[in-house]
Design a protein around this ligand. Structure first.
Ligand code: UN1
Length: 495
């Protein structure tokens, strides 16, 4: 059944003013049209921003623990609805159900965690230099936030931004990815049911140019948070800088796993499979480069290829989210072959294998797990984010060379090492330039109570997730208060 997905503005579900719609389809079978979705534009954005602005004074003055109570209720609803939401993630975004449920679980964890932060929105009380004077800092809400989220974690990443923004007392205009509008809507419905007052969270569906850009440019939107591509991130950063608007963004990775000669090869292999092919490689944290010590290179490659060949499409790997992304991944596979890397597994699609439009997955955007060897650090497949089930394997002769190659890309999100030598892992921990480091674990699996983000072109501004020192640094601003109760003009020794 095809449903109708509307915008949510000022507590009401409404069509786009233009009445236009676009469709959301199931990537496993493009014939399954899930929804007709409000195709909004700047007019809808303007109404949504006005609604968020109007709701700001009362929401921001509600005590944070009370805001937290609403979030606790939302978390409870999410727990009850986990299965239904997880299935929708699978249907709309394509990840396998186990991962769809994991996506929802991250939102549950974030919501419980941030609800509690409502009682811990601490600043500092410090001694003043002068007698009879107080000195303290407090966190205050920023205002109206524009939140723009991607399709690869269609419940989790909206929660990473919406929930901390709410606990901190901000109001929101939310534009989810056009590939996953139904999941976003389900998440907003949960917050509505939990009792969020009208206008606090406004959802506007549509595309980057017609909805995202007007949100970023709107003079009554105080701050932006974005996760998505580098190109869009850089445009947003430029616009925000010119408007002196706060922003934070997370825009990608090219995450390495270093496998040393003393590693537990079975463990490393499992980690590389999960990192490389989990979510069909459509994670910012995907392990798209395996940097393998020459001594165990042949043994590792053989094992990895054998295990990857046993992965089953539809069971272990879902489809690529959209035809456009599918084409992009296939283009990268062609680029890898042209650059001289050797394809030892995959590189193809069931639709191609079975002839056009026949066979089990012919209407889905599935790509076989793909492995390239003989990859050199300068090849594009070793440097650019592919966002598909494509793993490049590089050979090195020592740890120093491995870390040099691992660092020699423009991203720095997550990075892993497999080694039993504590000195190797300590050197890696120190010298690897990345936001998230894993020792004897894969590049994916970040937990919500710590900051999520990276170095170099992976992101700008404060991090997602984590509390004070993480996301809350973006969703609150500091106010410093001095109170002089001496009754006369006091002067500091150094003014
Ligand atoms: C992302 O791909 O943008 O660590 C988020 C992980 C997940 C989050 C990924 N917890 O892979």
């Amino acid at each position: 059944m095809t449903e109708k997905i509307k915008n949510f503005i000022n507590g009401k579900w409404v069509d786009a003013i233009s009445k236009k719609t676009f469709t959301s389809c199931n990537p496993a079978d493009q014939r399954d049209v899930i929804a007709h979705v409000a195709d909004s534009n700047v007019r809808d954005v303007n109404v949504a921003v006005a609604s968020a602005r109007k709701a700001f004074p009362s929401w921001s003055s509600l005590p944070a623990p009370k805001r937290g109570e609403i979030l606790y209720r939302a978390a409870e609803i999410l727990v009850k609805r986990k299965e239904v939401l997880g299935k929708m993630v699978t249907r709309e975004m394509g990840k396998i159900l186990k991962e769809g449920l994991g996506d929802v679980q991250e939102a549950i964890d974030m919501t419980y965690y941030m609800a509690g932060e409502g009682r811990r929105l601490c600043g500092e009380t410090v001694p003043s230099e002068l007698p009879n004077k107080d000195a303290k800092s407090v966190r205050v809400p920023v205002g109206v936030f524009g939140l723009i989220t991607p399709w690869n974690f269609p419940i989790a990443i909206p929660s990473w931004k919406i929930i901390p923004a709410l606990i901190a007392g901000n109001t929101i205009v939310f534009k989810p990815a056009e590939e996953t509008p139904v999941c976003a809507t389900r998440f907003v419905e949960v917050l509505e049911e939990a009792g969020l007052p009208h206008g606090v969270l406004n959802l506007v569906h549509g595309f980057g140019e017609t909805v995202g850009d007007p949100i970023v440019r709107h003079l009554d939107v105080d701050a932006i948070a974005f996760t998505g591509s580098n190109e869009v991130g850089s445009q947003i950063a430029t616009t925000c800088a010119s408007l002196q608007k706060h922003f934070m963004m997370e825009t990608g990775g090219k995450n390495p796993i270093i496998i040393m000669d003393d590693a537990d090869l079975d463990l490393a292999c499992e980690g590389a499979l999960w990192g490389g092919f989990g979510t069909s490689g459509q994670r910012c944290t995907a392990a798209s480069r395996l940097i393998v010590h020459q001594k165990i290179y042949d043994r590792f490659v053989k094992k990895f290829k054998e295990r990857a060949a046993r992965l089953v499409l539809g069971t272990d790997l879902g489809p690529i989210v959209s035809p456009a992304q599918y084409d992009k991944v296939l283009d990268y596979i062609a680029i890898g072959e042209k650059e001289g890397a050797r394809l030892i597994l995959g590189g193809t699609t069931p639709a191609r294998e079975n002839g056009n439009k026949r066979g089990k997955y012919a209407y889905g955007t599935f790509i076989e797990p793909t492995i390239f060897v003989d990859v050199t650090p300068t090849m594009r497949i070793a440097r650019e984010e592919i966002f598909g089930p494509v793993v490049s394997i590089l050979k090195v002769s020592n740890l120093k060379e491995a870390i040099k190659i691992a660092n020699d890309v423009s991203f720095g999100l997550s990075a892993a090492i497999y080694s039993k030598d504590v000195n190797n892992t300590a050197v890696f921990e120190r010298d690897m330039d990345a936001g998230i480091i894993y020792i004897n674990a894969s590049t994916i699996g970040a937990e919500i109570q710590l900051p999520f983000g990276g170095t170099k072109k992976t992101g700008l501004g404060p991090r997602d997730a984590g509390g004070r020192g993480g996301a809350l640094d973006h969703y609150t601003k500091w106010k410093v208060i001095y109170r002089d109760f001496s009754g006369h003009l006091q002067k500091a020794q150094i003014d």
